[in-house]
Write a protein that binds this ligand. Structure first.
Ligand SMILES: [Zn+2]
Length: 396
């Protein structure tokens, strides 16, 4: 050890080696108001690990999603059971804070669950969580997915929903995914889905500043690649309610929760706290205000031996006080949408996105918003399994 300064040693060792990382940010007491509560939820994505293309798609090339990466993924019973156990653990933590998850599932997780008669999704629904669809379109329909017809999309969405039903989930109204397909809204309505969220361009892995708000709306048209102008515009005639993630101002974070650029779990959750604070400050008493964060099944890796500690600490330090002060309220995604439906009845001619206020300056700089909701970029490095974890377990 001679010649190695203690400072360098401290930098080199992961911080968790010295004990639990800790959160450093809280919500200032002047943020938020019980007159304008923010509805809050934790979304959980289940990725298509080990999945393949739907037989309803006649031809095509397997896409780049986790389904294409090889390995058995959720077809491996041990892998499935490990993630199912993680989902239960997160649910228990959230329930200890009187909270709710919206668990978004897809094949092959749902298929394996049904085949094993492992009714985890039904059990979660009975416990007050919401079951929904997370739809990696290229995993299920191949690389040319955005050239397929609305009818094909609807058929595959229905097929995915049917597998969720077989795994016990019954009330499916929300989906995430299909973000580059202009017909996605129409296709989803055909499959009886009517609430959407977590928009992100799967190519750039970025959301869009136009979507950074706390007010739900009805998109006028589906999103196009590099053009969410119409999608971000409210139309009272729209059949789908879009739930934004909230306001996030920082743009220089690398992304997903476990990324090194984010600086680890505690820093990532501190970043979420900042977004929550901005969202509380943007909330209005004459609107429905929403905010959510997203976690992934299986992303809890055991760093420092306490993989779930950070979420537990965050709920205790950040969320519980807001709920106690009635500045935030737990709600599943469709409960948020139902509150929006109620609000619409009382405000028939109001554009929910029209606030009469100048845009918040930081929203314009948020083009490089971190990947709060979802996947790793489709970079070649990812495809060949770069990163600290075994490829098949990577959260995406
Ligand atoms: Zn995903």
């Amino acid at each position: 050890m001679k010649g190695v300064s203690p400072f360098l040693l401290a930098v080199w060792l992961p911080s968790t080696s010295f004990g639990q990382e800790s959160l450093s940010k809280g919500i200032p007491s002047d943020a938020g108001s019980p007159d304008a509560p923010v509805l809050f939820c934790i979304g959980m994505h289940i990725e298509p690990h080990g999945g393949g293309m739907s037989k309803l798609v006649k031809s095509g090339i397997q896409g780049n999603g986790p389904g294409a990466r090889g390995g058995k993924g959720y077809k491996d019973v041990a892998f499935f059971r490990r993630h199912a156990a993680d989902i239960r653990t997160v649910a228990e933590i959230v329930e200890a804070h009187q909270g709710k998850l919206t668990i978004q599932a897809q094949t092959p997780f749902t298929q394996t669950a049904a085949e094993l008669k492992e009714m985890i999704l039904g059990e979660m629904e009975k416990r007050g969580h919401e079951i929904a669809l997370h739809f990696h379109e290229d995993a299920h329909m191949g690389r040319t997915v955005n050239d397929l017809t609305v009818e094909t999309w609807t058929a595959v969405l229905k097929e995915e929903i049917e597998w969720i039903r077989k795994a016990g989930g019954q009330k499916i109204r929300y989906w995430s995914g299909g973000n580059l397909y202009p017909g996605v809204l129409e296709a989803a309505v055909g499959a009886k889905l009517n609430v959407m969220g977590d928009y992100k361009n799967p190519k750039s892995q970025e959301s869009d500043p136009k979507l950074l708000t706390v007010f739900p709306w009805r998109p006028s048209k589906g999103p196009k690649d590099n053009d969410v102008g119409e999608f971000a515009k409210h139309s009272a005639a729209g059949k789908v309610i879009y739930l934004p993630s909230g306001l996030f101002g920082k743009t220089n974070y690398g992304g997903r929760r476990r990324s090194e650029e984010a600086g680890g779990d505690a820093k990532y959750f501190d970043f979420l706290t900042e977004g929550l604070e901005a969202s509380l400050r943007a909330a209005r008493k004459d609107r429905v205000n929403v905010f959510h964060i997203t976690v992934h099944a299986g992303e809890f890796k055991g760093r420092g031996g306490k993989p779930f500690a950070v979420i537990s600490e965050w709920l205790t330090k950040v969320i519980d006080p807001l709920v106690r002060d009635r500045k935030a309220r737990w709600a599943t995604f469709t409960e948020m949408a139902d509150e929006f439906l109620q609000w619409e009845k009382g405000h028939p001619n109001v554009d929910p996105r029209e606030t009469g206020m100048a845009p918040r300056p930081h929203a314009e700089t948020a083009r490089r918003r971190p990947n709060l909701s979802d996947d790793v970029p489709e970079s070649p490095a990812r495809e060949i399994g770069a990163g600290p974890f075994p490829l098949s377990e990577d959260p995406v």
